[in-house]
Write a protein that binds this ligand. Structure first.
Ligand code: BES
Ligand code: ZN
Ligand code: MN
Length: 525
């Protein structure tokens, strides 16, 4: 068990998202931020050509046939014992199936994890993630091997990194810290796999972790100003990055009545954060990734029902995922040009909150009749899209937002909804979804739906009052994007949070969109 001083050392040495507690106190005038305890440390991941017979041995298998195991200390007798157990248990290497064996040779435990036949990158990653969760409480060094060729071991390592994620920093009594002994990946070209992991997959896993951390943080810790501070910290020292932040006064000056209106009921000032990363040899025009960043969505005056309202701390998942994707791209020095935009506000009821029926003017000059203060995501995106179009002249704009309950009814937690006017961009996104494992399903944007968001007294209204809700939200956002601009909108309301563990996505906020948008940016045009 770690002593108090060891725990303190761990807190100091692990980068964590810290709340400026003093600010939280002055702004809210009540309560205290919960503190800055770090999440439990994770197992460090390394690569080697061979490993001694000790601790836990994890073997990835695509069938009942064992891969070569000489490099991990398995001799003829041990191999025969494992083969007998595999036959006895009828273990066939089906995807994410496991078989745990004890009492063989010098290993404390031998864990077989299936990848299914002809495994892909994602199948190897999932098996790695499954292994991470299975060995969580084995206080032993772990060796992970399989029939890897070339850099395939890096793919299992990537899954291990995603699967071992935990958000336990506020647990002080019953934390049960997972084991921290190293995991060593053996097989294929160890040196090349190590380089691929460090150059590509570790940055990606770090981007996913940033997104999950930001979304899992409660809304008294992550609010617009502290989101900006946390993201600045995550990017400190990363090359090729420039950050611009607009505070409320700057946004008011630019005429952004729509996002300012959303944050008007909260004492926590709204922000727009733009993180640009430009890699070597990339095009002049960036790809704009614009995320909804409602740090808490109470619904405002159109107050939501109480049950489950706490989940609305994750209503900034789109913003968290665009900065996570930018972090991955920047940390891996990808030859791409992106600008991640976080449209940040807190949606609260208050004497100063905007009222249903209010009319606001956006930066574009177009006016909105704000008929439902709970349809706030589209309001912050209207101004964010206009600003990034004017200030950064992007070659395409992709929105990502926990926008509607309607998309949850249509697609649940299997797909994010994709809305696009541009078929080429839609095809790129669908392909990036399939390749990354963060899948999309294209939804209709029929032009006649647009009539339902027309207003009698302004240009447009922010709710059509029922009907195809997710499509109406998409239409509303599209109304603020130039017809000639390739544009897509991803509604992630059903996929930003998971109620159960899966190999790559532990229960809680998922970081959905980081892997997808990282892949999209790399796939170029
Ligand atoms: N943040 C919610 C959408 C949401 C719902 C996210 C469930 C995650 C899970 C959004 O701001 C919202 O309240 N949308 C309304 C729009 C309606 C008032 C037009 C909705 O979907 O009910
Ligand atoms: Zn919302
Ligand atoms: Mn809402």
């Amino acid at each position: 068990m770690p002593t108090k001083s060891l725990l303190l050392a761990a807190c100091l040495s692990f980068a964590s998202l810290t709340a400026p507690a003093a600010i939280a106190q002055t702004v809210t005038g009540s309560g205290v931020a919960p503190g800055t305890i770090a999440n439990s440390p994770e197992r460090p991941i390394g690569f080697a050509a061979a490993a001694p017979a000790r601790g836990v041995l994890v073997v990835l298998m695509d069938s009942a046939a064992l891969p070569a195991l000489d490099a991990v200390g398995i001799g003829t007798a041990e191999r025969a014992a494992i083969e007998a157990a595999v036959a006895g248990a009828k273990f066939e290497g089906k995807a994410n199936a496991t078989l745990s064996l004890r009492g063989i040779g010098a290993h404390n435990r031998i864990l077989l994890v299936g990848t299914g036949s002809a495994p892909t990158l994602l199948a190897r990653a999932e098996a790695g993630g499954k292994a991470a969760q299975e060995v969580r409480s084995d206080a032993q060094p772990v060796t992970l091997t399989g029939a890897f060729t070339g850099t395939e071991g890096a793919e299992a390592a990537y899954g291990f990194a995603l699967g071992q994620y935990r958000f336990d920093r506020y647990k002080t009594v019953d934390r049960k810290p997972p084991a921290t002994d190293a995991v060593t990946i053996v097989g294929g070209d160890a040196a090349a796999a190590g380089a691929t992991y460090a150059g590509r997959y570790q940055p990606l896993a770090d981007g996913v972790r940033l997104s999950r951390d930001l979304a899992n943080e409660p809304a008294n810790v992550v609010y617009p100003e502290s989101f900006v501070a946390d993201v600045r910290k995550a990017f400190s020292g990363v090359g090729g990055v420039s950050i611009e932040v607009l505070d409320e006064a700057a946004m008011r000056k630019l005429g952004m009545g729509s996002i300012v209106g959303v944050g008007q009921g909260s004492p926590r000032g709204s922000r727009m954060m733009l993180v640009r990363y430009r890699g070597a040899g990339s095009p002049d025009a960036p790809l704009a990734l614009v995320g909804k960043g409602i740090t808490f969505d109470s619904g405002g005056i159109s107050l939501k029902p109480g049950a489950g309202m706490g989940n609305m701390k994750g209503d900034m998942s789109g913003a968290a995922s665009v900065v996570g994707a930018a972090l991955s791209l920047a940390r891996s020095r990808a030859p791409v040009h992106v600008v991640a935009v976080a449209a940040l506000a807190e949606n609260m009821p208050d004497g100063n909150a905007q009222r249903p029926g209010d009319v606001v003017r956006t930066m574009s000059g177009k006016t909105i009749e704000m008929v439902n203060s709970d349809a706030e995501g589209r309001l912050v995106l209207a101004d964010a899209n206009e600003y990034v179009a004017q200030a950064y002249k992007p070659r395409a704009i992709v929105n990502i937002a926990t926008l509607t309950g309607s998309i949850v009814g249509a697609l649940d937690d299997q797909y994010a909804g994709l809305f696009a006017r541009d078929d080429a961009l839609a095809a790129q996104l669908l392909a990036a979804g399939a390749a990354s494992g963060e899948e999309l399903w294209r939804m209709p944007l029929h032009k006649n739906y647009a009539d339902r968001v027309k207003s009698d007294i302004a240009d447009v209204r922010n709710s059509g009052g029922g009907g195809p809700g997710a499509s109406l939200g998409a239409h509303f956002i599209g109304f603020f994007v130039d017809e000639k601009m390739p544009w897509a909108h991803l509604d992630i309301a059903g996929v930003n949070r998971s109620e159960s563990n899966s190999p790559l996505v532990p229960k809680g906020m998922t970081g959905f969109g980081v892997r997808l948008l990282d892949q999209l940016a790399r796939s170029g045009d």
